[in-house]
Design a binder for this molecule. Structure first.
Ligand code: PMP
Length: 417
């Protein structure tokens, strides 16, 4: 009998939450959220099934909605040429590369994609991972050790924080975008550590504001640190030709040691990249766990991203349309008395509601009016900072934007006393 076996020093009263998933406090928290939605008679906004390609529109339960909830910034997911490139790559190389690239998974299309991305960014080389999240986690885990210091913006993405934890390096967060505070941290701590890495994001995904990159470059040079920039929401969006935050500020791309980006947004695919010096890329290709011990990116994903990287050079009109739409959305929202927080010059525009419940109710009311946008509330953002987050695309029309903002203003006035 299992129950009667001698388990030595094991205490008799080990709480259930230590060995039953249904008893985990995090699981019980989730149940509370489900109860809240039921109480409010609001459909759960998560895991809604979108039945077709999402660009400025989506289809849910057979109904069409204006969509602000996808990262298809330049509308390349669904573009015939990109789909064809994915199909051709799958036909030629298979649906999986069936091994890690260091073993037998290396295909010509991997190198072609990496060379194209490196050239687009203006650096020597690039390596592509199967995910943007894993690119951050593995790269940070590989570049830093417990004797090192990593200083990240307080609003850093989960993948950055996870990578820092994996590395075992000392981690200090500096107040959002505050380079003076970062300098104070470097002044006090730099000498106590070996490598020091500063991590920022091109565009912050909850607020839509842009890192003050020239100041961070200056600090990294003066304090002999390394600098990493996550361009998930800035590549394809910032700069005259969409080449990201470096182009936006007119910086030399070699002033950033580690350029990170994802293939899931502008590049209409799935995967992540790290670009920089040939030594950086060589090191990661032989040492980053998420690359060495994981399968190579699929041919279809590589093919789609490669097609977009090439199209980006010729179709700068899309970038201009995206930037115009984002500017129009921001200005029209502000003119209608909505609080857009810190957003500026990016394609992420939050409308700050503050109260979590109100943000959930407003998103639900908008959904009933044919507008799909997600509420973001505690714990994803700080308590009292709840918001609706709008991702603008090059395909949105002025009419859609006007309708959205006017509807939101009306509904918000009804909800908020
Ligand atoms: N970095 C940032 C700033 C992100 O917003 C995201 C995802 N939204 C990622 C990394 C991860 O990218 P992916 O979803 O392609 O894995």
């Amino acid at each position: 009998e299992q129950g009667q076996q001698d388990c030595g020093e094991l205490p008799a009263n080990i709480p259930e939450e230590y060995y039953r998933i249904a008893g985990f406090p995090d699981y019980l928290e989730l149940s509370k959220q489900a109860e809240l939605f039921a109480q409010l008679q609001i459909a759960n906004p998560y895991f809604r099934v979108n039945e077709a390609i999402i660009n400025n529109k989506t289809s849910i339960d057979g109904r069409e909605y204006i969509s602000y909830s996808s990262y298809n910034y330049l509308g390349f997911s669904g573009d015939e040429r990109v789909t064809q490139a994915a199909n051709e790559a799958a036909k030629r190389y298979g649906t999986s590369v069936s091994a890690s690239r260091g073993a037998t998974g290396e295909k010509p299309i991997h190198g072609e994609l990496e060379a194209e991305l490196a050239s687009l960014i203006g650096v020597e080389d690039c390596v592509v991972y199967v995910g943007g999240h894993s690119a951050n986690v593995s790269t940070l885990g590989c570049l830093l050790r417990p004797r090192d210091l990593v200083v990240c913006d307080a609003l850093s993405h989960n993948s950055i924080i996870q990578g820092c934890i994996l590395s075992g390096a000392r981690r200090i967060l500096f107040p959002h975008n505050n380079w003076e505070a970062l300098e104070a941290i470097l002044k006090q701590n730099r000498r106590n550590y070996e490598r020091t890495l500063i991590v920022v994001e091109g565009v912050y995904s909850m607020d839509g504001d842009i890192a003050r990159l020239p100041q961070f470059v200056d600090l990294k040079k003066r304090y002999k640190a390394l600098l990493m920039v996550d361009e998930a929401h800035s590549m394809g969006i910032l700069g005259r030709s969409g080449r990201g935050i470096g182009e936006y500020f007119g910086l030399d791309p070699r002033d950033v040691d580690v350029w990170m980006g994802t293939l899931s947004k502008t590049f209409a695919s799935c995967g992540g990249y790290i670009a920089g010096s040939k030594e950086l890329v060589q090191l990661l290709k032989y040492s980053a766990g998420g690359f060495v011990y994981s399968v190579g990116i699929t041919p279809a994903n590589a093919g789609a991203a490669l097609a977009v990287a090439r199209l980006l050079r010729s179709e700068t009109g899309r970038v201009a349309r995206l930037q115009n739409n984002a500017r129009f959305f921001l200005e029209f929202a502000q003119a209608n008395g909505l609080d857009t927080g810190l957003s500026k010059d990016s394609a992420v525009v939050p409308v700050i509601i503050r109260d979590s419940l109100k943000s959930i109710k407003l998103a639900n009311a908008l959904f009933q009016h044919g507008i799909n946008v997600h509420p973001i509330f505690y714990p994803v953002v700080a308590d009292g900072e709840a918001r609706l987050r709008f991702f603008i695309t090059s395909d949105h029309t002025e009419d859609q934007i006007r309708f959205t903002i006017e509807t939101m203003k009306e509904l918000r006035n009804k909800l908020v006393p």
